[in-house]
Design a protein around this ligand. Structure first.
Ligand code: ZN
Length: 322
């Protein structure tokens, strides 16, 4: 897998050439604020001395998904990108605008629904266009780091494109607590990469605007597992061992049958039994107390941490492993 036609002899981004054994920080100008301030996206390129696979690591496609940004930042601090074989292209924060505005979007538009994008479109559309043209064109595969949104916290999990055998193999190598195939969403980054024959793993862990240590650690570990498999890092880099990923075959959100105050008594990641009480929805006057039960045996792969619930709101994401 990815052991021929290596792309890292010379990596070219926005006219910058990065040769074997070179590291470079490139700032890609994307837009000016109405104040005239230039907005640039920093991209690090770590090119090893030996030819090997080239991997894109992308944080903050959704600007408020801070775990993705933090885990990439921490890997920079810990010098995890000391690559001796192959190449890693690292985008610590793609959506600078969303980050500043505490929003997943970029000027009101979701970049992850703006692919393939165009040179003259909205900011989100231009961002999508340049991401494909300047970065994805250089890589063999990528990891796109995300979190749940709107106070829904994902237990660390890898999502890959079903029927893409290479993506499934990469997901297994990453070894997050959970993994599953998930359908391609039209106009998404993963969909566009799939059309270009570039497998993308989507790492989902934690929730937006809240740092979560487990999400950060499992993300770093998984990335190092991939580096190790492709012999990209030194043998003395220590990677925490974990049990093999649980493969989720079926999953669904349990939704609120009534409105009220929601309180969970189940931890994210827990194994649950059919009929087990997972939490309660109560009215504000102490009259009703509705038990939320597990519809089948499975694992909690995401939890809603928001206590004020309307009927139909998603509460628990439950996955089945068989
Ligand atoms: Zn996201």
């Amino acid at each position: 897998m990815f052991e021929e036609d290596f792309k890292n002899e010379i990596v070219e981004i926005r006219g910058h050439k990065i040769r074997l054994g070179e590291n470079k920080l490139i700032k890609i100008p994307v837009d000016r604020l109405p104040t005239g301030t230039l907005i640039e996206i920093p991209v690090y390129v770590f090119n090893g001395k030996k030819e090997g696979p080239t991997i894109l690591l992308q944080g903050g496609l959704h600007g408020d998904e801070v775990n993705s940004i933090e885990l990439i930042r921490r890997m920079l601090i810990d010098k995890n990108y000391k690559i001796h074989r192959g190449c890693v292209i690292v985008v610590p924060l793609l959506n600078v605008f969303g980050f500043l505005n505490l929003s997943r979007d970029m000027h009101g538009k979701d970049v992850n629904r703006s692919f393939p994008g165009s040179k003259k479109g909205s900011l989100a559309s231009r961002m999508a266009y340049y991401l494909m043209k300047e970065l994805v064109a250089n890589v063999d595969f990528g990891i796109d780091y995300h979190t749940g949104g709107e106070q829904r916290s994902n237990f660390p999990q890898i999502r890959y494109t079903p029927n893409d055998e290479r993506a499934k193999k990469l997901a297994t190598l990453f070894n997050a607590p959970f993994m599953f195939g998930s359908k391609l969403i039209p106009k998404s980054f993963r969909n566009e990469c799939y059309k270009n024959n570039i497998p993308i793993l989507v790492y989902e862990a934690g929730e937006s605007l809240r740092l979560n240590e487990l999400a950060i650690k499992k993300g770093i570990n998984g990335t190092l597992n991939i580096f190790r498999y492709f012999d990209m890092i030194a043998k003395n880099v220590v990677i925490e061992k974990s049990i093999p990923s649980i493969e989720i075959l079926n999953r669904k959100w349990i939704r609120a049958k009534i409105a009220g105050l929601f309180s969970s008594n189940t931890s994210n990641g827990d194994m649950v039994k059919k009929g087990q009480i997972l939490g309660h929805i109560m009215d504000t006057y102490g009259e009703t107390n509705f038990a939320v039960k597990a519809p089948y045996n499975g694992y909690i792969i995401a939890v809603n941490n928001f206590p004020i619930i309307n009927m139909g709101d998603a509460l628990f994401h439950i996955g089945k492993s068989h």
